[in-house]
Design a protein around this ligand. Structure first.
Ligand SMILES: [Zn+2]
Length: 218
């Protein structure tokens, strides 16, 4: 079934149990094992595209964003969409990261993971977050103006990320307001979406960043 999340964006859920986790190879729900109909998945993709068209969400040119080393609060326009580029999920790195920071067999032990619910190793969600952060730091934030972040909201791991996947990151500026108390900065709210090579979202979150305003021209 398709439903609207609080942001008005479509989401896909299992018809049987209502959960949003699927094995993207078999289409089976992770919670109850029931298949998610192909027609539902196709309808979800169509609804997502319609949502982006309705919202006027268009892709930028990632190569131009990557060249933009100086970016100030005034450059974060609400509604703007930034494609931050792609990254490969390296198999050795998945194991190395998990053995150091998230030592659960589903991330670290190929033999055990093969018999588990995902049929193989999946990346730690914190690893996916770290891959995202690299592109966010390089291609969205700017060393000229990024001051600090008070945190994230609504972090979701929607689908498994597997070794060999290619992830892409899209950021939508949701809100940008000058600070009332600190005239040198503003607060930017961003929706971060990470997709796999099938165009399926694997991780989403909302980020808050303090960004310096452009200095007055001399
Ligand atoms: Zn289910």
């Amino acid at each position: 079934m398709i439903f609207e999340n609080p942001a008005g964006a479509p989401e896909l859920a299992c018809n049987h149990c209502g959960c949003r986790w699927f094995d993207r190879m078999s289409g089976a729900c992770y919670e109850c094992g029931e298949p998610v109909p192909r027609a539902d998945i196709d309808a979800y993709h169509a609804a997502l595209q319609a949502f982006h068209e309705r919202k006027g969400i268009h892709a930028n040119d990632p190569s131009k964003d990557a060249q933009m080393s100086e970016r100030w609060f005034e450059d974060y326009q609400p509604g703007a969409v930034h494609e931050l580029g792609t990254l490969q999920v390296d198999a050795d790195e998945v194991l190395e990261f998990a053995r150091r920071y998230d030592p659960q067999p589903i991330h670290t032990d190929p033999a055990l993971a093969a018999r588990g619910p995902f049929g193989g190793i999946i990346a730690s969600g914190w690893h996916t977050g770290s891959l995202m952060m690299r592109l966010y730091a390089l291609n969205y934030l700017s060393s000229a103006s990024s001051l600090a972040s008070p945190g994230l909201d609504e972090l979701r791991w929607l689908r498994p990320v597997r070794p060999g996947d290619t992830l892409s990151v899209r950021v939508t500026v949701q809100d940008a307001r000058a600070s009332a108390s600190r005239p040198d900065r503003g607060v930017v709210h961003s929706l971060i979406e990470v997709f796999n090579q099938h165009g399926e979202p694997v991780m989403t979150m909302r980020a808050v960043n303090m960004i310096a305003r452009r200095p007055a021209q001399a």
